[in-house]
Design a protein around this ligand. Structure first.
Ligand SMILES: [Zn+2]
Length: 330
């Protein structure tokens, strides 16, 4: 395999972040700062009719522009809930403000990953950081949410996917949304809980449900239109908006969806983890026992035939997820 590209089922994919052009422009979100909730960059619209509290979350990671573009789209098109409440939230605005097209990967966060803080142990704990301060401010809001969509993008230009956690209701909601093609059922990272895994969203029983959409490569134009499509279909599936609002903007025929269940998360334990090939994600490794990486001297091999590699990371540090392994179940 060449060093400049990787072979996947979806063809040849260029490898490094530097191979990707910055096609998206970060929208100016200053107008959304004051909002109407008392929390900066959070706006809630209330239909006055009964229904769920639905929240669309952007900028959990500051360099993932597609979510901000999708919320800006909703504001510009005057979205209003037909029933229940709809909240639009820009999460890690401090990191977003640091976005620099010259160093586009650097603004994922300021101090730490906002999406690894979502356990009561960490939220109630003694530590402080830019991200923890914001998480503690937003926590009472998320506590009131019934249905949440968290918009993200990925390091590599692999097909969009939606993470639905481990609950059956998460999987059903992802199927009701209908896009993207790939649904990934997973239970997160050893390095900390995601918003998707926070409190009631991950409870085996209960109504609260969250989805995390990975809309494509961070800076590709397509990621923005995927984010808008997923968001509109999410709002339709939750019933918070009427088809009259969403339908004129829907561009894609919903694909036949497939579900991947994550079976293993490979957490880096040593000081140096090297992949055997230039994986970008969504490779299907045919044979059980194939060597995929070495973590210092520890060999990491696929545990079964047709094992799918999910989002292999090159921002590697000890204790963090390197890659997750999954099985196509339907
Ligand atoms: Zn992200």
């Amino acid at each position: 395999m060449s060093k400049a590209s990787a072979q996947t089922l979806w063809g040849t994919i260029p490898l490094t972040d530097t191979a990707y052009r910055i096609e998206l422009k970060p929208p100016d979100i200053a107008a959304y700062r004051s909002g109407n909730t008392g929390i900066d960059f959070v706006t809630t619209f209330d239909s006055g009719k009964s229904g769920p509290h639905v929240l669309v979350n952007a900028l959990t990671h500051g360099n993932e522009l597609c979510g901000a573009i999708a919320l800006d789209f909703l504001f510009r098109h005057g979205v209003r809930p037909a029933r229940g409440r709809l909240t639009l939230c820009f999460a890690n605005v401090a990191a977003y403000r640091c976005f620099d097209p010259g160093r586009p990967g650097a603004s994922r966060f300021v101090d730490e990953d906002f999406n690894r803080l979502w356990s009561s142990q960490v939220l109630n704990g003694p530590r402080n950081s830019v991200e923890l301060t914001r998480a503690r401010t937003l926590r009472p809001l998320y506590d009131t949410v019934d249905l949440l969509l968290d918009l993200h993008s990925m390091q590599h230009a692999t097909p969009p996917l939606v993470l639905c956690g481990t609950t059956e209701r998460g999987r059903r909601l992802a199927q009701a949304v209908g896009v993207p093609e790939w649904i990934v059922a997973d239970n997160g990272h050893a390095s900390g809980r995601r918003l998707l895994d926070y409190a009631g969203f991950a409870d085996p029983i209960g109504p609260k449900t969250a989805l995390l959409a990975e809309c494509g490569q961070h800076w590709e134009r397509e990621a923005a239109s995927v984010a808008i499509e997923i968001t509109l279909r999410f709002l339709l599936a939750t019933g918070v908006v009427d088809p009259e609002f969403a339908a004129p903007h829907l561009k894609r025929e919903p694909p036949e969806q497939k579900v991947i269940e994550i079976t293993d998360a490979v957490t880096m334990k040593g000081s140096n983890l090297e992949y055997e090939a230039d994986y970008v994600g969504m490779e299907i490794i045919e044979h059980r026992g194939t060597l995929i990486a070495c973590d210092d001297d520890t060999e990491i091999r696929t545990p079964y035939d047709n094992c799918v590699l999910i989002m292999p990371s090159r921002r590697l540090r000890r204790g963090q997820t390197a890659v997750r392994l999954g099985r196509i179940v339907s």
